[in-house]
Design a protein around this ligand. Structure first.
Ligand code: 13P
Length: 252
């Protein structure tokens, strides 16, 4: 069985104090949750403080980005090993905002995933099609290419440290969530591609999260889909009450 993951991507929001405050609220609100992995991804400057705040709880901390090197002359960048050292077990890579605003390629994302694996951390690997790609019938090709190129050179063992997040670009920050059926269709396709690339058992064990306008009032339907193993939440992860309700999604 795949244990569900509910992850909050706080993007470029909140000061250190505000981040710690939200983390403390979540720690109190979710102390009894056992059957869901809970992850929060604050800005870099708040990582250590949030990691300390959630210490002793089941909430884990993720970074939103990294650079694929251990150390060196890379002004302004942060390596997976330093993020681990700061208290992060997971690192988000390939988010559509980074692909679109910072021109990140599948090859660069692949290098990051390899560096994350080498550092012993977990990659939350985001993929997803734009509205134009979907409407012109290229969605499956785009997803397949993002997966094949993003995961090239990884083996089954490394896949144990990869979580995939399907985030259709048209659903991110738009309030326009994918329907349960659209999410299921994409997730089943992604699992099929993973199965071809690795093995059926690897595909069956990989968690595939849905992201894009997940809210307290739509999470239950999405989580009822057989191939939706969790959610990567943006806007609704910034409010403790909303995120806590998403973590406590109702099954069936
Ligand atoms: P929203 O939930 O705000 O649409 O953002 C989704 C997202 O990008 C999570 O990584």
């Amino acid at each position: 069985m795949r244990k569900p993951i509910i992850a909050g991507n706080w993007k470029l929001h909140k000061t250190v104090d505000e981040s710690v405050d939200l983390a403390n609220q979540l720690k109190a609100a979710l102390a009894d949750v056992k059957n869901v992995e809970i992850i929060v991804a604050p800005v870099f400057t708040a990582l250590t403080a949030v990691a300390q705040a959630v210490n002793g709880s089941s909430i884990e901390v993720a970074a939103q980005n990294c650079y694929p090197a251990v150390s060196g002359a890379f002004t302004g960048e942060v390596s997976p090993s330093l993020l681990k050292n700061a208290g992060c077990n997971s690192i988000i890579v390939g988010h559509s905002e980074r692909r679109q605003l910072f021109n990140e390629s599948n090859a660069f994302i692949n290098a990051k995933i390899k560096a994350i694996h080498a550092a012993g951390a977990r990659a939350i690997f985001c993929i997803g099609e734009t509205l134009t790609e979907r409407e012109s019938g290229r969605m499956f090709d785009v997803l397949k290419r993002q997966i094949n190129e993003g995961l090239v050179g990884l083996d089954a063992e490394a896949m144990g440290g990869v979580v995939v997040a399907y985030e259709p670009v048209w659903a991110i920050g738009t309030g326009k969530v994918a329907s349960n059926e659209q999410a299921q269709e994409a997730h089943a396709f992604v699992r099929g591609v993973l199965s071809e690339l690795f093995a059926t058992e690897v595909a069956a064990a990989t968690r595939i999260l849905y992201g894009g306008s997940v809210k307290p009032d739509n999470v239950d339907g999405l989580m009822a889909m057989p191939d939706v193993d969790g959610a990567l939440v943006g806007g609704a992860s910034l409010k403790a009450e909303d995120f806590a309700r998403i973590v406590r999604f109702q099954q069936g």
